[in-house]
Design a protein around this ligand. Structure first.
Ligand code: 3NM
Length: 210
């Protein structure tokens, strides 16, 4: 897998919470057309057989554009469908378990919610981290926003080794303050998936971070 994704400022998540299943390919294509440098399939609470079928449909779309296709949570499924990587939360076990199952060139990402967790994920060998939620967000309920004040420190420390994608409640209309706090890479879920013109919104976000 090429490593252009490491330079990317926008990571797109195709989240079944916002996208009806029949629109998954269309929305994935739109995120790719808008320049997303990674795509993740996130389908909380859905069963593996459904996720397997969606992954098989979306993976070729990403392959065509050379963009890594990442599966949230399910290492076995990522191996089975030959996804480009897996994204794991804090409660999803050690990254070494994913590494042991996945081929050497696959991507392993970790959600982190504090500077300590960000440092730990780096030490554990994450290829990238998500850092957030910056703001409270309905997409990930029950978590307080961690605010903007730790971004610069985490970027200086962890971000000099691996890409750090800030996440959680980031929208086009608060992007300027997120950037001013130091963020150069973001994951945006609802503001993109609910946009009337997803490619245009994706480009606007990347321009706002450049
Ligand atoms: N993970 P939106 S926040 C999926 O902090 C996810 O790890 C988070 O969605 C974390 O852009 C989050 O709609 C939700 O707020 C991001």
């Amino acid at each position: 897998m090429a490593s252009h994704w490491r330079e990317s400022s926008l990571y797109g998540i195709v989240d079944l919470g916002y996208t009806a299943e029949e629109r998954l390919p269309e929305v994935t294509r739109a995120l790719l057309a808008g320049g997303a440098g990674l795509i993740q399939l996130r389908a909380k609470g859905r069963d593996q057989s459904e996720i397997r079928a969606w992954a098989r449909e979306l993976l070729p779309l990403c392959r065509q554009t050379g963009v890594p296709f990442i599966i949230n949570d399910f290492i076995d499924l990522a191996v089975e469908v030959d996804a480009d990587g897996v994204h794991l939360g804090q409660d999803d076990g050690p990254l070494s378990a994913a590494r042991a199952q996945l081929a050497g060139d696959k991507i392993v990402g970790r959600s982190t919610h504090s500077p300590e967790q960000a440092r730990a994920a780096l030490a554990e060998g994450a290829d990238y981290i998500g850092f957030g939620p910056l703001f409270p967000t309905p997409t990930k309920q029950g978590r307080p926003g961690i605010g903007l004040e730790n971004i610069a420190g985490v970027l200086a420390e962890v971000g000099s080794h691996i890409p750090v994608f800030c996440i959680g409640g980031i929208k086009r209309d608060n992007l300027a303050e997120v950037r001013a706090a130091g963020a150069r890479r973001v994951v945006v879920v609802s503001d993109l998936l609910l946009a009337d013109d997803i490619p245009a919104a994706a480009r606007e976000i990347q321009q706002g971070l450049s």
